[in-house]
Design a protein around this ligand. Structure first.
Ligand code: NAP
Ligand code: MG
Length: 404
């Protein structure tokens, strides 16, 4: 195709740090710029720039996503004490992902990228299992007490108007432990909407599970909110899209997941999502084959890779050594964002480009061309392990064959 694809509405591009920043540039130069007249609003979220702007750049990027609807983000350093020294920072700036998530009120969905020559640990999982984790409250915002003598434990709520509700948790006959947790209807509603919106966007069934037989009020509230929002806002849209919303108990869900072929979104409460996302990610192989998208209840999308900045590889790169860093999740962040832009703007060429580039990535790996992290997992093992740039070049070659 001779003519480059035009984009009517800009995409919010957020650059990042270390090895992923290096790959980000190569991916754009070799796989995107030759085919697309890229229309982006660029925000440099590299640590230096965040420090220079007192982190204002992160807030501006999040506001830009609200304005244009779609963003694509490179991995970024979340500074710790070591990074403060390494980069001579004014301050230990917070995680950009945390900042953006708070501004967009979003939920993160993680989706594995499947290839035939890397078998998931669970053989029946032939389609991706996407995990959506509620990232607010429950045990992650708890209060705990260790008690050392007998006594009465109570749950007390004092309303703003002064009314008191009091329940006995336990007459403690000896030493023990106590924990108080909470959640907010507003947060659960945002989570539910983000899940319904994402399931529609991916055209996959949505599963949600809690333990409402035991926590009749607490988990019952999650179940009721999901149900109400589904009935009132999404039932018809799901029917039209040919997808379903399925609620069950968490233990039943786990049993069904193990026997399923995948291909659905599994919405998880905070703790369930913490545990299950690591289980699902490791079963599918590699963090470098996992994409991550932040979806807000207002329908804004931010695409990124699930992995970090691959610091160890970056230091090798700085020493002038060749690295074998996998760029798949970064490429899929771009294709996810460009496809979403294409869908929203009715730009079929952009959708076709994105789908074709994803197919080219998968075909390249299935043809036995891959980086070291995948070579360790693939059957048969490839004859040669490609370095970071050779792998991107190989994808570029496959893409040229497929892009008609
Ligand atoms: P990481 O960047 O995910 O890398 C950890 C290890 O996983 C690497 O050393 C490498 O293993 C392997 N790996 C990850 N991605 C890979 C890829 N694309 N290709 C090949 N191997 C890959 O995690 P980290 O080193 O713990 O964190 C580095 C920085 O990233 C930190 O400053 C952290 O704050 C940041 N971080 C950012 C995000 C984000 O922006 N979303 C997420 C997580 C972490 P081998 O060394 O064995 O090859
Ligand atoms: Mg975890």
């Amino acid at each position: 195709m001779a003519e480059k694809i035009k984009m009517a509405v800009p995409l919010v591009e957020m650059d990042g740090d270390e090895m992923t920043r290096i790959l980000w540039q190569i991916v754009k130069d070799k796989l995107i710029h030759p085919y697309i007249d890229l229309n982006v609003e660029y925000y440099d979220l590299g640590l230096k720039k965040r420090d220079e702007t007192d982190d204002k750049i992160t807030f501006e990027a999040a506001e830009a996503i609200k304005k244009y609807g779609v963003g694509v983000k490179c991995a970024t350093i979340t500074p710790n004490a070591e990074r403060v020294k390494e980069y001579d920072l004014k301050k230990m700036w917070p995680s950009p992902n945390g900042t953006i998530r708070a501004i967009l009120d979003g939920t993160v969905f993680r989706k594995p990228i499947l290839v035939k020559n890397i078998k998931p640990s669970v053989p029946s999982w032939t389609k991706p299992i996407i995990i959506g984790r509620h990232a607010y409250g429950d045990i992650y915002k708890n209060q705990e007490i260790k008690v050392n003598e007998p006594g009465k434990a109570e749950l007390v709520f004092t309303s703003a108007s002064g009314k008191e509700t009091r329940l006995t948790i336990m007459e403690m006959k000896g030493p023990g432990i106590l924990q108080g947790i909470h959640n907010l209807d507003s947060s659960i509603e945002s989570f539910a909407r983000a899940c319904f919106i994402y399931a529609l966007s991916e055209k996959v069934d949505l599963w949600f599970a809690t333990k409402d037989t035991i926590c009749k009020i607490y988990d019952g509230n999650f179940k009721d909110i999901f149900n109400r929002i589904f009935e009132n806002e999404f039932k018809d849209k799901f029917k039209e899209a040919g997808i379903t919303y399925f609620y069950t108990l968490i233990d039943d869900a786990v049993a069904r997941v193990m026997k399923s072929e995948g291909g659905y979104l599994w919405a998880c409460k905070n703790y369930d999502g913490d545990v299950m996302s690591d289980m699902v990610a490791s079963a599918f192989g590699s963090l470098a084959m996992m994409t991550s998208v932040l979806v807000s209840p207002s329908g804004y999308f931010e695409f990124e890779a699930a992995h970090g900045t691959v610091q160890k590889h970056y230091y090798q790169h700085l020493e002038g050594k060749k690295t074998s860093t996998n760029s798949v999740a970064l490429i899929f962040a771009w294709t996810g964002a460009l496809r979403k832009r294409g869908e929203l703007d009715k730009n079929d060429a952009l959708v076709y480009f994105s789908n074709t580039l994803e197919n080219a990535v998968i075909k390249t790996i299935e043809d036995g061309k891959m980086t070291g992290d995948l070579a360790r997992l693939a059957t048969p093992a490839p004859e040669k392990v490609l370095n970071s740039e050779e792998f991107i070049d190989a994808i570029g070659e496959t893409f040229k064959q497929l892009y008609k």
